[in-house]
Design a binder for this molecule. Structure first.
Ligand code: FES
Ligand SMILES: [Fe+2]
Length: 417
């Protein structure tokens, strides 16, 4: 942790650059959020849940329960595996591994989006390396079988020597996919239907206010972390800002001063920025201020996508996904900008990207690894979440609800406190 603070000169903390993206009802809602936060700043309060909540530590450490989470949650619900702007062109792709499942997303020559298992139908090799790119075909590196961007088997190297078989049976295996609100949602189980309207529900306008379609991808990095729930909790409360981030996040955000709203499985947590407190001390009328420069909003899509810096010129998006083991997750951490990247803004964006990465990894994730070690050594006890951590409570209540809805005979259920 010392490393991050030492590396950062507080004078060069990234600035919040507001954007003109907020308009109409979205702006009115953002102003209401800002007014709620101002009330908390004035009264030194924060949004609170009705009571404390507890979860047995086994829910972070039990391998068998983790396997059920993967099967009943991650393999059944729509996962936002990419933003539409990550596949901006025809003939582009993105390959990513999700809970051990290799997936490739494509936009074909007609602009249509597909999601497929990234597994060759000859002898199972992985076709695309992880990351994004453009290509007119997906060609397997092992024996050069080649598939169209829609997954159809097109070319077989040495076909006359291979022998006859039904090629139409050997297309890539398709996964259900839907593009909505600037995101590409994939279900990891072939044949399941995605009902995106009901999955997003009243969260749709919150997402649409971000205007994700207008973003440009600046950078993407993979970042390992501990258990997915340990990691995600850190995005959903600002109770830890003063203690864990004294020289970084706490320089710009107030600690323990937040509002919370749940939307089905999804949620929004917003923190009061020091800018807001400064304007209030200067006697400003709060409703005249720009919400994007005074509110630090996290827009969070279940099970693990966090947008930070909502509505601003620069935004970050972290996609937290479990791997194949209970104690390990992988975060795809991306920086987006509303203006195209140019030689003029590139350097600032690099500083912003590195700051975000260093704080998240060096402060939050390193602490999370400690939590993971901690919970493994206090079996039979519980974690307790305060009334001032409503976002974290909501996460666990949502997981428990969805696990119960998808419960299969014989599966263990989450432990109850
Ligand atoms: S495994 Fe892909 S071409 Fe052989
Ligand atoms: Fe943090």
């Amino acid at each position: 942790m010392a490393d991050v603070a030492e590396k950062l000169d507080p004078e060069v903390l990234p600035e919040y650059i507001p954007s003109a993206v907020l308009d109409g009802e979205a702006r009115e809602e953002a102003v209401r959020m800002m007014l709620r936060l101002a009330e908390h700043v004035r009264n030194k309060t924060t949004d609170q849940a009705d009571a404390n909540w507890q979860e047995p530590v086994e829910n972070y450490a039990d391998e068998e329960l983790f396997r059920v989470e993967v099967e009943t949650l991650f393999k059944r619900i729509p996962l936002p595996l990419a933003l539409s702007c990550e596949l901006p062109e025809k003939n582009s792709y993105k390959a990513i591994e999700v809970v051990g499942v290799p997936v490739v997303l494509t936009r074909d020559a007609k602009g249509e989006v597909h999601a497929m298992l990234n597994v060759c139908r000859h002898r199972g090799a992985l076709i695309c390396g992880e990351g994004t790119g453009t290509s007119r075909a997906l060609t397997c590196p092992y024996h050069a079988w080649s598939y169209g961007m829609d997954g159809e088997l097109r070319g077989i190297y040495g076909e006359s020597t291979f022998g006859d078989f039904d090629k139409s049976e050997r297309n890539l295996i398709q996964l259900p996919v839907v593009e909505a609100a600037g995101l590409i949602f994939v279900c990891l189980t072939p044949g399941l239907e995605i009902d995106i309207e009901s999955w997003l529900g009243d969260f749709t306008p919150v997402l649409e206010a971000l205007k994700l379609d207008e973003l440009h991808l600046f950078s993407s990095r993979m970042m390992p972390g501990p258990n997915w729930k340990v990691v995600i909790e850190g995005y959903l409360e600002g109770y830890h800002f003063a203690s864990l981030h004294p020289n970084t996040v706490f320089k710009t955000n107030l600690s323990n001063t937040a509002i919370f709203d749940g939307f089905g499985a999804h949620e929004r947590v917003a923190f009061a920025l020091r800018n807001l407190e400064g304007h209030m001390n200067g006697g400003a009328e709060v409703e005249t201020l720009d919400p994007s420069a005074n509110v630090g909003a996290i827009i969070w899509l279940f099970p693990g996508m966090a947008f930070a810096g909502a509505w601003r010129e620069r935004m970050t998006c972290s996609l937290v996904l479990p791997t194949t083991s209970v104690g390990a997750s992988m975060t795809e951490q991306r920086v987006f900008t509303r203006q195209p990247v140019t030689d003029e803004n590139r350097e600032d964006l690099e500083v912003f990207r590195d700051f975000f990465y260093d704080v998240t990894y060096g402060e939050d994730y390193i602490t999370g690894y400690g939590v993971q070690k901690g919970v493994a050594n206090v079996g039979g006890t519980t974690q307790i979440y305060g009334r001032n951590e409503p976002g974290v409570q909501y996460l666990h209540q949502t997981i428990n609800r969805l696990m119960a809805e998808n419960h299969r005979d014989g599966d263990p259920e989450p432990r109850r406190a």
